[in-house]
Design a binder for this molecule. Sequence first.
Ligand code: HXC
Length: 298
Amino acid sequence: MESSPFKKDCLKGKVALLTGGGSGIGLEISTQLGKHGASIAIMGRRRQVLDSAVSSLSSLSIPAIGFEGDVRKPDDARRVVESTYNHYGRIDILVNAAAGNFLVSAEDLSPNGFRTVLDIDSVGTFTMCHAALKYLKTGGVGRASSGGGVILNISATLHYTASWYQIHVSAAKAAVDATTRNLALEWGTDYDIRVNGIAPGPIGDTPGMRKLAPQEMQSKANDYMPLYKLGDKWDIAMAAVYLASDAGKYVNGAVLPVDGGLWLSRPRHLAKDAVRQMSRVVEKKTRNTPVGVPKSKL
Ligand code: HXC
């Protein structure tokens, strides 16, 4: 993987707590925040995943600890946030990367399935932010009197338009983005906390891609999405380093799509040369048409 363009110590002395930080995109963010000087705490449901992530971070000399917990349970959120503080003595960065997903048509999705994903992605994100507030705010527990922390919420671009078989996730990520902006307004103003989001496109070698985009779908994607290409987990992690570090000190309330422009993608309906030709002809015709002449006379 490419080396980082950021200074190695740009997050030195910072402590980051990541939900879903033990696998996929979350693990790469944990790794890159750690490589840039942060100490890492990971929250996740599966002990085995946590242990493996902590051992991979430790092998890179990154201070790391894993705490079991489910973001849907407010008691777990409080316990993990407190444990992170007790372990490291401060919390500077909260990354909400935990998410739930499966492909299903709206017709086949039960209301409980819809609610489950909103509980994990949307309510879970707010629950973690709420639990971490007293540690992140300027003058908060373990902080100097000036300078608040940073929150990064991982969402998606699904809800910018509409997405097949992803009604639950689209709704959940829309709520995450709204939460990002509202907390940026309230907590940025009151507590000097910067709250930003990252909206990844399709990222290779992740549980999300394995679940949502079988291989045959990926090979067909070029047919209907001209810009289609996979991103790397590194691309998302670099956005996280930027937003978490002082490089992003004036960025608050932004949701940064990191998808190579894919969400804008649509098939080209005319060749560029055809447009050049046709556009001139149409312009000429328009210019030569006398003003006020009824259409029927043209
Ligand atoms: C239809 C389903 C379903 C499926 C679950 N449900 N899977 N419905 N199709 N494939 C329904 C169940 O029937 C149930 O509703 C409800 O959802 C809750 O299911 P449980 O299995 O009880 O939930 P739980 O054990 O809590 O598991 C949550 C989960 C699971 C989201 C369903 O997949 C999970 O834990 N995922 C976490 C890991 C994950 O998904 N990672 C990928 C993230 S990728 P009923 O009515 O029957 O009770 C990602 C990318 C987003 O987030 C960006 C996209 C571009």
